[in-house]
Design a protein around this ligand. Structure first.
Ligand SMILES: Cc1ncc(COP(=O)(O)O)c(C=O)c1O
Length: 400
């Protein structure tokens, strides 16, 4: 019946063909701020990009050279779904050299960024309705990917009393008497920069083992630490599922190449999933990633630059009134409490961008409960940019 014949407005038509699960997936607000920042720049504004978690340093030279060589052949095709054998072998060597653990190359799986590693791990390990403990604040894509797969994220609130990491105690409390099917931990963490020492990590791994559930460890920020080196979950539990990537330490976000280390019984299911979901990780990127291991000295210099940025921010932010922040022991983020200035981190970030030309990520991305009083600043930039960002934020806060 037409609206005119009934006299009533038509009922809104549900979008035909969209799944309920697609409606559940929240937007990644840091990426929305990046989009707005791009618009401001196109309109002539100078913007300092502290919103996205990506290094501003270029891809390491050996990686670029390897990619150029590969392009010369012109034959760019599929590779084995689990990755090229040379890269799997090189990653296996990395575990021996860095952590002193033996990981056969057959248990190393190359993925299209760690983002694909999560999908593969979750699909291989969990069924619809399963429950997985994740930290809050935490990386928002964990929640989004789990929910898209009909798996329930069980948020575990991180508190100062627990040194802002997952523990058997806070995980048990969050589970609220109902069984969990897995635990997903990260150290160093995004957005907080907090790290798990050997003893807390071993305790959590043991807790997962005692409960008969898999332990997934996102180690994407390994190598980017400022006090003690990061401990791999493989040092505590040989069947831990490790997710890692060339995006952060190796400054290769756009190449979309990462890796997993999985227990032997997971290799075949992950291979079948990878064959069907992605066919293979990108060939050129894998050759570049293999060569990136030869650029450790360059990577260390970049890390030293982050350490300088971090020290400057920890000293200067309190001087402009931003006095409370998470420890930032690793990764390249400051998760700062801006509760004295606003109760709406999205509006705060938009105004900071529009009025001061500083792009920051709203805390609600990472923490739906208390995130409105936080912003995340990425310091994977130059020292001058970080200094100028503090100056602009300080001036802007002073005028409000
Ligand atoms: C904690 C964490 N894990 C995973 C990723 C995904 O990285 P990629 O897919 O580029 O490897 C990110 C990106 O910011 C991250 O912060």
């Amino acid at each position: 019946m037409s609206p005119s014949s009934s006299g009533r407005a038509p009922e809104p038509t549900p979008a035909i063909g969209l799944s309920a699960r697609s409606a559940r997936v929240a937007p990644f607000l840091a990426m929305s701020i990046l989009g707005l920042a791009g618009e401001r720049e196109a309109a002539g504004m100078n913007v300092l990009h502290l919103e996205v978690g990506q290094p501003s340093s270029p891809t390491p030279r050996p990686a670029l050279e390897a990619a150029r060589r590969e392009l010369e052949h012109g034959l760019i095709g599929y590779t084995p779904s689990l990755g090229i054998p040379a890269l799997r072998a090189r990653i296996s060597r990395h575990y021996r050299e860095t952590y002193g653990v033996d990981v056969p190359a057959e248990r190393v799986i190359v993925t299209t960024g760690s983002s694909a590693g999560f999908v593969l791990a979750f699909l291989a390990l969990f069924d619809a309705g399963d429950r997985v403990a994740v930290s809050e604040p935490g990386y928002p894509a964990y929640r989004a990917i789990l929910e898209a797969l009909d798996i329930e994220p069980v948020p575990v609130r991180l508190t100062e009393a627990d040194a802002y990491v997952l523990t058997p105690g806070n995980v048990t409390r969050a589970a609220a008497g109902r069984p969990l099917n897995g635990i997903l931990a990260m150290s160093p963490a995004n957005p907080t920069g907090t790290m798990m020492g050997r003893a807390p990590l071993a305790a959590l791994c043991a807790y997962a083992r005692d409960n008969g559930i898999p332990f997934i460890s996102d180690e994407i920020y390994h190598g980017l630490t400022y006090a003690a080196p990061a401990v791999s979950a493989l040092e505590c539990r040989s069947d831990a599922v490790i997710i890692n990537s060339f995006s952060k330490y190796f400054c290769m976000t756009g190449w979309r190449v990462g890796w997993m280390v999985v227990p032997a019984h997971m290799v075949d299911p992950v291979e079948r999933l990878a064959q069907n979901l992605y066919l293979s990780p990108p060939q050129v990127s894998q050759k570049a990633a293999l060569a990136a291991f030869d650029a450790r000295d360059d990577m260390e210099r970049i890390r030293e630059g982050y350490a300088r940025n971090r020290a400057m921010l920890l000293e200067e932010l309190p001087k402009i009134g931003v006095t409370r922040m998470y420890p930032a022991d690793g990764a390249f983020y400051i998760f700062a409490d801006i509760g004295d200035f606003t109760g709406d981190s999205i509006a705060f970030c938009k105004a900071l961008l529009n009025e001061a030309g500083v792009a920051a990520a709203p805390g609600v991305d990472f923490d739906p409960v208390h995130g409105n009083r936080f912003i995340r600043l990425s310091f994977a930039r130059s020292l001058d940019e970080c200094r100028e960002a503090v100056r602009r934020i300080g001036q802007w806060l002073g005028k409000r």
